[in-house]
Design a protein around this ligand. Structure first.
Ligand code: AMP
Ligand code: MG
Length: 422
């Protein structure tokens, strides 16, 4: 028979925050009902990584006082650092202050400085105050106030015996700055400035996940304290390498050698292409058919790209391909709009008409209709024209229209990356 649960109850370490276990509590009934998505957990986990901490426990609690008290107690038993978000508003269902007070056996006390900050914010933005806003100035005894420059709810931290309980606001635009400015520096100091692990992250494009996995597994194998994780999105494989001792550099060198040109680097494809164009002082023009401007959208997300991107044309119809890019009508008639020949003529036309160093083009079938046996839905031809040479490559992508557009856009960006890297 299993022993009663109590006997297995986890115990917080005497080492306090130095033990490095972090619990994140998300609060809000809307999260459990799928009305909003828990982005705070992801932001917190990513931010903690930068100081070498990892989330070891997470729970989402509804807006219910008893449940919240229970979750705070459980989280505090499982981790030395507890970070809670949400429930700091002034309304009846904002229970965080009361729940923390109850869970830690501290009474709620009125904090004039928190009250002053709340009042001056309301005055500054000329928002009428309600009597209930005063609730936000009651914090558990001994809590330190975390100022909130982006909202009315102050956060707070209760610190005791080297252990921490942080209460941060729910809205991400308030939570993230408070995390960066108030939480990370305190935790970095508490754990002694020594990260518990080092990370190396990179993206790979054009290689199947299984092949990447084999390569990384081989490199990481038998290195004590080393581990890795892979995630896939839009045809890109993301590698996260983690080492608990020593440097990841020898492994990084081995990976660079084995992955070769498939290794994009730490940044996204568009950022990498943007960097390459700017570094080489080259200009680019795009001709997009099935991607409908998605490549242009991605590239224009890169700051400073105006020095390289001359123009992008969405040439959806045959007529547009002919009149704007100078694709010969017989080429379309003979090979079809989705063909290596048309993609190449589009890329050349884009570079020529814009006077750009690099021309890029995509033409494909995003579906769900329009496919045939020879040219299935998901087929796309991509071409790059650079230094007097034009290269066209074919891809067949799974998924719905958006997924196919995304994959084709990435494929085209990757062709540019490769052309500029040679
Ligand atoms: P609250 O501070 O609990 O009143 O939260 C205010 C708003 O912040 C909610 O309505 C959500 O839209 C947002 N929010 C709360 N928790 C999260 C979370 N974990 N991730 C993303 N947004 C959140
Ligand atoms: Mg809430």
């Amino acid at each position: 028979m299993r022993k009663p649960h109590r006997a297995e109850a986890p115990r917080p370490s005497r080492r306090g925050a130095k033990a490095g276990r972090v619990a994140v509590l998300s609060t809000g009934t809307e999260l459990l009902r799928g009305r909003s998505t828990d982005t705070n957990l992801a932001s917190i986990a990513r931010a903690l990584e930068t100081i070498g901490l990892e989330v070891s426990y997470h729970a989402t609690a509804p807006d219910d006082l008893d449940r919240l008290v229970e979750e705070i107690r459980l989280a505090s038993a499982r981790a030395e650092i507890v970070i809670l978000t949400g429930g700091l508003g002034p309304t009846e269902d904002d229970f965080t202050r009361r729940a923390a007070a109850e869970a830690y056996g501290r009474e709620l006390v009125f904090r004039p400085s928190a009250w002053n900050a709340i009042r001056s914010r309301f005055r500054r933005f000329r928002i009428p105050m309600a009597a209930i806003n005063r609730r936000q100035a009651f914090l558990p005894r001994g809590a330190r106030i975390l100022p909130n420059p982006n909202g009315s709810a102050p956060g707070f931290v209760v610190e005791s015996a080297g252990r921490f309980f942080f209460a941060l606001p729910g809205p991400p635009r308030e939570m993230v700055p408070m995390l960066q400015r108030q939480v990370l520096p305190r935790l970095a100091a508490a754990i002694g400035g020594k990260p518990r692990f080092k990370l190396w992250e990179a993206r790979v494009f054009g290689m199947p996940e299984g092949t990447v996995d084999e390569i990384v597994r081989h490199v990481v194998a038998r290195r004590p304290g080393a581990s890795y994780g892979l995630t896939v999105s839009g045809g890109t494989v993301n590698i996260t390498l983690r080492v608990e001792r020593g440097s990841p550099l020898p492994m990084v060198r081995a990976l660079r050698r084995k992955l070769g040109l498939f290794l994009v680097g730490p940044k996204s494809l568009e950022e990498t292409v943007g960097d390459l164009l700017l570094r080489r002082g080259k200009t680019i023009a795009l001709a997009e058919s099935c991607t409908g401007g998605l490549i242009s959208h991605k590239l224009t997300n890169v700051a400073g790209i105006s020095a390289a991107l001359l123009e992008a044309c969405v040439c959806y119809s045959n007529r547009s391909k002919i009149s704007r890019l100078g694709v010969p009508a017989p080429t379309i008639r003979r090979h079809g709009a989705v063909s290596a020949e048309v993609a190449a003529a589009m890329a050349e036309g884009a570079a020529r008409t814009a006077g750009a160093d690099v021309g890029v083009a995509v033409t494909g079938i995003a579906g769900p209709s329009g496919g045939s046996k020879k040219k299935p839905v998901g087929l796309a031809w991509h071409a790059v024209h650079y230094r007097g040479r034009t290269r066209a490559e074919r891809g067949v992508f799974p998924g719905d229209r958006m997924a196919i557009k995304e994959r084709a856009a990435h494929f085209a960006l990757d062709l540019v990356r490769r052309a500029l890297s040679e």
